[in-house]
Ligand binder design. Structure first.
Ligand code: NAP
Length: 251
């Protein structure tokens, strides 16, 4: 972790930044001059390696651990980041898990865990950063949902339901905190090449690519570009929106 120094740099907390989309988002903000906290849960080595790479290139970054299913751990994470880097001005709720299963085979535990990571996690992280944002009359939150939260994914009902809840949460909260100068948006990616899709074989990925109008699969960097845009000066009139990024698979 680098020193808590960097004075007036805007502070960004990205959850699930040990790899994949979260890591690409964190790297994008760091390269743009933000002070970035890369959150991880179990991927300490990966998160610390990403931080090391950024800090040795002169950027401001730190790694921070929490299980987003636990509100006390989330509060501790926010306190740690605020103490080290300053007040959090941008929160990216990205941590997530995936599971493919027939609906009738989903256990109580799997159902609740899916909601705990995505819905409880987004709630805990957002609730922990909002008071300062409201007090400062500025802030930006981006929730990472999924195209399955928009249209529903077969054999991913619990995932789709949790991602749909995140979209509803985005819209309601955007209305509530808009007058306080805080913007809340949601990004709904299609198929993005990360570890989350490592269970899909090459044939399935090729079929998905062919089903996509732009005939390509997305990258974490594609998503990072959109997230960055939504937090930029170019997006100051955008709030409460669900932005698809899926190569045209869902229109
Ligand atoms: P990934 O590579 O599997 O990374 C998931 C991240 O979430 C990891 O950093 C992981 O942390 C973290 N995480 C998981 N459970 C956690 C918990 N209980 N507490 C805290 N952190 C936890 O996934 P990804 O593909 O980058 O996905 C990122 C987000 O995009 C997810 O919300 C996912 O649903 C969404 N998304 C992905 C795709 C896609 O095609 N890849 C499409 C649509 C939406 P540790 O490894 O440190 O434990």
């Amino acid at each position: 972790m680098c020193e808590a120094t960097q004075n007036q740099k805007k502070v960004v907390l990205v959850t699930g930044a040990s790899r994949g989309i979260g890591k690409a988002v964190a790297e994008r903000f760091a390269r743009e001059g933000y002070a970035v906290a890369l959150h991880y849960n179990t991927g300490k080595a990966e998160a610390e390696a990403a931080v090391q790479k950024l800090t040795s290139a002169g950027y401001t970054a730190m790694a921070v651990q929490a299980d987003v299913r636990d509100s006390a751990q989330v509060q501790q994470m926010v306190d740690t980041v605020s103490h080290a880097l300053g007040n959090i001005g941008i929160l990216i709720n990205n941590a997530g898990i995936a599971q493919q299963k027939l609906f009738t085979d989903i256990t109580d535990e799997e159902w609740h865990n899916m909601f705990a990571v995505h819905v409880d996690g987004t709630f805990y992280c957002t609730r922990a950063v909002l008071p300062v944002m409201i007090r400062q009359k500025q802030g930006c939150i981006v929730n990472i949902s999924s195209m399955w939260g928009q249209v529903g994914g077969s054999c991913e009902v619990h995932y789709s339901a949790a991602k749909g809840a995140i979209q509803a949460m985005t819209k309601a909260l955007a209305k509530e905190v808009g007058p306080s100068g805080v913007r809340v948006n949601c990004v709904a990616p299609g198929v993005i090449q990360t570890e989350m899709n490592k269970l899909l074989d090459a044939e399935t990925l090729e079929a998905l690519r062919e089903d996509t109008p732009l005939e390509m699969l997305g990258t974490a960097e594609h998503v990072a570009d959109l997230v960055y845009f939504l937090c930029s000066e170019q997006a100051t009139f955008i709030t409460g929106q669900i932005m698809g990024i899926n190569g045209g698979m869902v229109i």
